[in-house]
Design a protein. Sequence first.
Length: 282
Amino acid sequence: MAQATSPASGQHYGVRRVCQAWDVPRSSFYAARQPTPDSTLPRPPARPPTRRGPKSAVSDAALLAAIRQDLTLSPSTGEGHRKVWARLRAFQRSYDSGRTGVGSVLGPGWRHGFDLSAVPDSDGFEGMAATSPRNGIFSIAAIFVMLDLLNTSGSQPLDRLVISTLIAQFWMEQLTGNVFRISRPGAIETFVRTGTARWSEPAGSSSTLTVGTGNACNLATGDGEVLQLGTASAGQPGSVTSWTSAAGARVDFNYADGNLTTVTSNLGCTLTLAYRPWVFSC
């Protein structure tokens, strides 16, 4: 019908006009004209699906691991893809008005995105169950035992006084060096010691902290990522030394004179940072 000639105009009706008159999509018309494939002929092997467009140097699995790391380190929730993409492409810094008295190569109050550290500290309030009952396990046990020992009328027996004094000394020792603060730009997580080699995670966190020799830390997140932080003391925070994703991507951090100098991944990427008086470049 499309090839038929109009007696009035002497021109073909055309596919568009005929399909419009019959209320038939043109795609159906062209699909009907396709030849039926011959089942006896061999078919070309199916190619696995691949990403269209130019190929990047980073695989999809590695990019996914980097995105998950960025979302894990971000203090915010519900991050959009534009913010994540911007952070992955550039060396980022952030400002904290509460840290204006803390010196930094970027200036007072400024931190870069790789500035992760662990600091041992003492917090008596946390040790006395200020935020969670399990954080005060030593305090609760010590108080109840001392009350039971000294809950007698008249003069106290000497042995009970000595035992109560030893318990009080033990209690005070548990309130000293009893927390580890994992600091990152925009957020600080406080882990409280609740037993031998046992550190209680903050409310709402699924991370697990393990403290080794020299207060070197291993932080495992609920997503299977592992952060290793170097030896730390009260006056010298332990900086992050490596990050490993659940997919196997690994990033190593190297320092010189306390400053981060290189960031290297097992994907073949390296970020080098240089420090000169009043100048910082990467």
